[in-house]
Design a protein around this ligand. Structure first.
Ligand code: ACO
Length: 283
């Protein structure tokens, strides 16, 4: 298979990418500003995510932050003040570019995504956190929907995003009080899959990414998309859509996973789905 080893590494300024055996570690890189998200960062992140989607060095993305923070949210200077100071058209574009990477692209990304929360996570940072497929946090990371404390509402798509994972009582409690909470509480609130000690965060995240790298990538993509679209549908539509999606998956899967799995279980009796994975390398 062709590799992309000679391609330039995307990002390099407000976003840093490191490749590591199929994992692309994507770092928000404004540690001196606690990785607050500026207009420039949005542009760079859009370019990075575009590039990684077709880069063979990336099988899974881990989104995290350099330094002490995952992200302190939208940059109050470099996004809010800066976008107030430009024309309506440029302001519209700044919001569109931010929504693009934080929500649309991550939510529908062709490759699996894991948010690794390594410190402060405030306001607008909830959107990319929630739009990644999976999330692991330092149990002592500090989260906050701080908007109410300084005169705005959780905008962008934060209010919509938290409603997809948190219960109404809990979401409204934090929207209305702006109270902070730690990683353990984030786990209880279903914002993350796991909360682990800081010293274990990277290794645990790497181990999870490595599990994802062992899966049939086409079926993994189809399964993620099917889940995300089906949850927005009523039952009748979901049943029709999922039935069609099953057929589409078989059609587009060059690895012929369904065929191999059936043959190995039914004919060869070499594999049981209850005890592992079909042999992907079999012809
Ligand atoms: N926007 C712009 N600059 C920021 C932001 C932000 N969201 N967060 C931190 N910074 C800047 C600080 O102004 C400071 O800049 P300076 O060195 O030029 O003075 C630098 O980052 C470091 O921040 P400190 O506050 O000095 O760091 P500390 O570790 O003491 O505190 C904390 C970190 C708690 C994250 C604090 O910076 C903070 O409360 N930030 C704002 C968090 C927030 O409410 N975010 C939501 C924004 S609204 C939204 O996202 C929709």
């Amino acid at each position: 298979m062709a590799t992309d080893e000679s391609k330039p590494i995307p990002g390099g300024n407000t976003v840093l990418v490191e490749f590591d055996e199929g994992i692309a570690w994507v770092h928000l890189n404004r540690p001196e500003k606690r990785n607050a998200m500026s207009m420039e960062l949005a542009r760079e992140m859009n370019a990075v995510l575009d590039a990684l989607e077709t880069d063979d060095r990336c099988g899974v993305i881990v989104l995290t932050g350099k330094g002490e923070a995952f992200s302190a949210g939208m940059d109050l200077q470099g996004f809010f003040r800066a976008s107030d100071a430009v024309s309506d058209v440029e302001r519209h574009r700044a919001y569109r570019e931010t929504r693009a990477w934080q929500w649309r692209t991550l939510m529908h990304y062709a490759k699996p995504t894991i948010a690794m929360v390594n410190g402060w996570c405030f306001g607008g940072a909830f959107t990319p956190l929630i739009c990644c497929d999976l999330a692991i946090t330092d149990q002592d990371a500090v989260f906050g929907l701080s908007e109410i404390n300084w005169g705005i509402i959780p905008g962008g798509v934060v209010s919509k995003a938290i409603a997809t994972l948190m219960g109404d009582r809990e979401a409204l409690y934090y929207v209305m009080t702006g109270e902070k909470f730690d990683g353990r509480r984030a786990k209880e609130l279903r914002l993350v899959n796991e909360a682990v000690p800081a010293a274990e965060l990277k290794e645990r995240t790497r181990a999870l990414a490595q599990v994802l790298l062992t899966k049939n990538p086409t079926v993994l993509r189809q399964a993620r998309m099917a889940y995300k679209y089906a949850r927005e549908m009523d039952w009748e539509l979901a049943a029709e859509y999922l039935t069609a999606k099953v057929d589409q998956t078989t059609f587009v899967d060059r690895e012929r996973g369904r065929e191999k799995g059936l043959a190995q279980f039914l004919d060869e009796k070499s594999f049981k789905p209850g005890f592992g994975h079909y042999n992907r390398d079999a012809e």
